[in-house]
Structure formats: C-alpha cells, structure tokens
Design a protein around this ligand. Structure first.
Ligand code: NAG
Ligand code: NAG
Ligand code: NAG
Ligand code: NAG
Ligand code: NAG
Ligand code: NAG
Ligand code: NAG
Ligand code: NAG
Ligand code: NAG
Length: 409
C-alpha cells in the first residue's frame, strides 16, 4: 500500500545481475532462475546494505559458486531459500579463504560488528557428498572449505540455519567476541562407503563470550569443540547424533606456544551414539592450561568413552610429559549408557596432575545394564564427590593406571 512512496527510491542495482532491489538502506535479493551463479548479486547486496542497513533474501534456490568474504556493521540479514554450494572441487581447493588455524580455510568469511544473521527456513546445502567421496576417509585436506566462519566479529547473532551435507566443518568462530548462535540444525551423513570426516559442528579459537544454544547436530565428528584461547563459552540445549561429543581441544600441539581454554559450561546436552560425551584432549608437547570447565546435565546413549581426558591425544605416547595444567573441572548429573565396559578414562599427565576435579551424580551403565569401570591416573586435590571412589586422592603414574569397578552406583 505504500508502494507509491517506495517506488521512487527503488534502485535496480544491475539488470545483468537481475535481482537486488534497494530501498533506502534495505536490500532485497531474489534468486536467479536460470541456475547461474548467485554469488555476484549476493556480494553486491552485502556491499550496498551491509553497513547500517538490512538485507533480505527471498525464497528460492541460490547457487553459490564462489567464495564470499564480507563485513557487516550494524545490520540485519534475513535468509530464506536453499543455498547450494558448487561442487567444483578444484575451484574451492585453490580459492578458499585461509583461516590460519591448522592451514584450514573457508568458503564464507564474515567479520564486522553489531549484526544479526537470521534464517527463516533457510537450508545451506554444501553438496558435501562430493567432498566425502573425493577425500576417501583421509584426514584434514588443505583447502576443503569450512561452510561459515566468523572472523574478527563482535556482537553478532547467527540464528535459525539448517545445514545439510556440509563440505567440511559447519562453523568456525575465530578472533571474535560476544557471539550468539542459536537454533541451528546440522546433518552431514555420507551415503557412500566413505565417511564424512571432519564435518564438526563448531570449533572456536581465540574467541570469548560465546553462547551456543538449541542445536541439533548429526556430524560424524566433534559436535562442539572449544579450541585454543577460547574463554567464557556457554553451551546449552544441544542434541548431537553420531559425533565426538562435547570437546575441549585439541590444544597444546606446539611445544613453544602456551594455549588455554577457560570458563566453559556445557549444560543440558544429549549425545546419541558418540565416541565421547565430555572430552578434554591435549597434546603432550605444549604448555598452557584448561581451567574452570563444567559439564552438567549430560545424557547419552551408546557412547564409547563417556567421560574422557587425554593428555596425549592421537599419539597415545609420551602422555606423562604434558605440562598443560587441567584444573577445576566439574561433571554433574552425567547419565547414560556406555558402549563398552568403560564409563570414564581420566588420564592426566604425571608432569601436571589434574587439580580439583569434581564429580557429582554420575550414573553410567553398559547398554546391558552391567556396571562400568572408571580408569584414572594422576589426579590431585580431588574435591568431595558423590562418586565414591574418586573421594581418594590419586597420585599414580600412567604406567600404573588403576582400574576401579563400581558396583553400579
Ligand atoms: C544502525 O543502522 C540504522 C539503520 O538500520 C541507523 O538508523 C543507525 O543510526 C545505525 N547506528 C549506528 C550506530 O550506526
Ligand atoms: C553482545 O551482543 C549483543 C548483540 O548480539 C548486544 O546486544 C550486547 O550489547 C553485546 N554485549 C556487549 C557487552 O557488548
Ligand atoms: C541425518 O540424515 C540422515 C540421512 O538423511 C538420516 O538418516 C538421519 O536420520 C538424520 N539424522 C537426524 C538426527 O535427523
Ligand atoms: C530454544 O528453543 C526453545 C523451544 O523451542 C525456545 O523456547 C527458546 O526460545 C529457544 N532459545 C533460544 C535462545 O532461541
Ligand atoms: C534441554 O534441551 C532440550 C533440547 O535439547 C529442550 O527441549 C529442553 O527444554 C531443555 N531443558 C531445559 C531445562 O532447558
Ligand atoms: C594463545 O594465546 C597466547 C597468549 O596468551 C599466545 O601466545 C598463543 O599464540 C595463542 N595461541 C594461538 C593458537 O593463537
Ligand atoms: C567459570 O566459568 C563460568 C563460565 O564462564 C563463569 O560463569 C564462572 O564465573 C567461572 N568461575 C570462576 C570461579 O571463574
Ligand atoms: C542435577 O539434577 C538435579 C535433579 O534433576 C537438579 O536438581 C540439579 O539442579 C542438577 N544439577 C545441576 C548442576 O544442574
Ligand atoms: C584447587 O582448589 C584449591 C582450593 O579451592 C585452590 O587453592 C587451588 O588453587 C586449586 N588449584 C588449581 C590448580 O586451580
């Protein structure tokens, strides 16, 4: 009804690109209908309205054939439709944007401050099956792109996005502060003989003040992974299927660099068919610390090693050498079934015994209902605990790891 007012302000940015309409500081994008690359018009909309404006993507299919590197300031983005990333593997391997961490890279990097990206039924389709098949169960492939990276972002919200068949990690948050990511739905499931490999839900790095809530993830790798130099992270109401569970790390790979993870809470998390539920993993080489971590209200079904600390992840050697101090870790209300006969493997380093671990209300059984074993080493200053056996102060070397059976408490 206000069309007569709006028309004079309407600017068709480019007829060749077809479909970005700008009214004041609001851009509206309509997907191209001939199957060609939507990236140029998407980038043009972010450029026109991404600073003190808003961008609204209308329903339909968007083809993403190129990398996107954008900055948003004081703006709101509304996403609709299905966004499909192209399968030109060679293009992505050579063009993905570096995220520095472990030589990894991303298809879409977003930086800036005071912005919201909200999905309204939007689906990101990474066309990942191509990636899973060409990767053939190998490890991290340089250039295989993370779907969405927040890089140098502050005061940002990402909400309501559904991912299917992501290319690599779903999301990465780096050099960022005050980030809220809510109501996300991720599922990467290979339909071939090859596994998805490294389709993590999220990894955080050099970032602080992060809230992650209301996620459903099925990913075949770490669901939520809090990596080096992350602090004040609150994770709640997350359900993960086929995952590595809730992870701190891996950190401490570089002998010369101190890394830390501080102040993390995982609350109300459900893990179904996972390798781990509550996991802290460090390498034996680097210094640093992991401090003030809470895992609470964690429920799980069929998990290999529900509670797990390893100071020598992936090498399983030199474990007592780690000087990375793990302290003030709490597990409260942890219940579910373990796939094998181990409920917890808490292996701390002889050189830096874990300090101040607390266990309250731990109820882990084998799927058959039989009791599980708890394996522990190098734990100092054990706090009071509802978990009877760990009321002991354990100072023993890994070589003499003890195995304690609990009569199903
Ligand atoms: C933020 O953007 C709105 C328009 O969307 C504008 O009115 C407001 O002045 C901007 N605020 C700042 C701090 O730039
Ligand atoms: C954090 O970001 C939110 C927007 O997501 C904003 O409302 C809030 O003021 C920010 N907090 C701080 C401390 O800047
Ligand atoms: C994920 O997708 C696979 C394949 O489509 C499906 O079998 C599975 O049920 C999905 N997982 C969840 C948790 O919905
Ligand atoms: C999480 O989901 C619940 C139920 O669907 C909803 O009430 C709540 O507002 C959501 N929380 C956030 C932070 O979006
Ligand atoms: C726990 O998370 C689930 C979703 O995983 C949600 O339905 C439920 O309301 C949450 N419980 C609390 C107490 O927040
Ligand atoms: C972590 O922070 C420390 C300084 O506190 C820095 O020396 C180190 O390089 C950082 N690690 C990474 C991986 O950025
Ligand atoms: C532990 O971390 C949580 C989450 O950031 C925080 O709320 C709490 O104050 C921290 N506790 C201490 C003793 O630092
Ligand atoms: C553990 O569960 C009990 C019973 O549901 C609840 O009262 C208590 O608040 C929970 N503890 C934590 C730390 O959430
Ligand atoms: C363990 O807790 C005690 C008592 O609360 C405290 O004095 C000590 O500094 C803590 N140790 C570490 C490594 O945090």
């Amino acid at each position: 009804m206000f069309l007569w007012l709006l028309v004079p302000w309407t600017l068709l940015l480019s007829t060749a690109l077809g479909a970005v309409t700008k009214i004041g500081t609001s851009c509206t994008v309509t997907p191209l209908t001939d199957g060609s690359d939507d990236t140029p018009q998407i980038l043009s909309a972010f450029k026109s309205c991404g600073n003190s404006g808003s961008i609204s993507f209308l329903d339909g299919i968007y083809h993403i054939n190129q990398i996107m590197d954008i900055t948003l300031t004081n703006s709101t983005v509304s996403l609709r439709g299905t966004w499909i990333w192209s399968t030109d593997i060679q293009y992505w391997l050579s063009h993905s944007i570096s995220v520095v961490y472990a030589k990894r890279s991303t298809a879409w990097r977003i930086g800036g401050r005071d912005f919201e990206i909200r999905g309204y039924g939007v689906v990101f389709d990474g066309n990942g099956q191509k990636w899973y098949d060409q990767n053939r169960n190998q490890g991290n492939q340089n250039g295989r792109p993370i779907s969405l990276t927040l890089w140098n972002a502050r005061n940002a919200v990402v909400d309501g996005i559904t991912w299917r068949q992501v290319q690599f990690w779903h999301t990465f948050v780096a050099h960022s502060q005050n980030i809220t990511m809510t109501n996300l739905d991720m599922n990467a499931t290979s339909n071939s003989q090859y596994k998805t490999v490294n389709t993590d839900g999220i990894d955080t790095w050099n970032s602080k003040d992060i809230v992650l809530s209301n996620w459903t993830v099925s990913c075949g790798d770490d669901c939520i992974s809090i990596k080096a130099n992350s602090s004040n992270v609150h994770v709640s109401n997350v359900v993960c299927h086929e995952s590595g569970g809730m992870c701190i790390g891996s950190i401490g790979k570089d002998a010369g660099v101190a890394e830390y993870v501080d102040d993390v809470v995982f609350d109300n998390i459900t893990l179904i068919h996972s390798s781990n539920a509550a996991w802290i993993k460090t390498y034996p080489s680097g210094p640093g610390h992991v401090k003030n971590i809470t895992f609470k209200n964690i429920k799980f079904t069929d998990v290999n090693q529900p509670i797990y600390i390893s100071p020598c992840i992936y090498s399983y050697s030199n474990c007592d050498a780690s000087r990375l101090q793990i302290s003030d870790v709490r597990w409260e209300n942890i219940s579910g079934t373990a796939r094998y006969n181990v409920g917890a493997g808490i292996h701390c380093s002889g050189n830096a015994p874990c300090q101040n671990l607390t266990f309250e209300n731990i109820d882990i059984k084998q799927k058959s209902g039989a009791a599980v074993e708890y394996l522990c080493s190098n734990i100092a200053n054990q706090k009071t605990s509802g978990w009877r056996v760990l009321g002991l102060v354990l100072r023993i070397s890994l070589s003499s790891s003890i195995i304690i059976s609990l009569g199903g408490s």
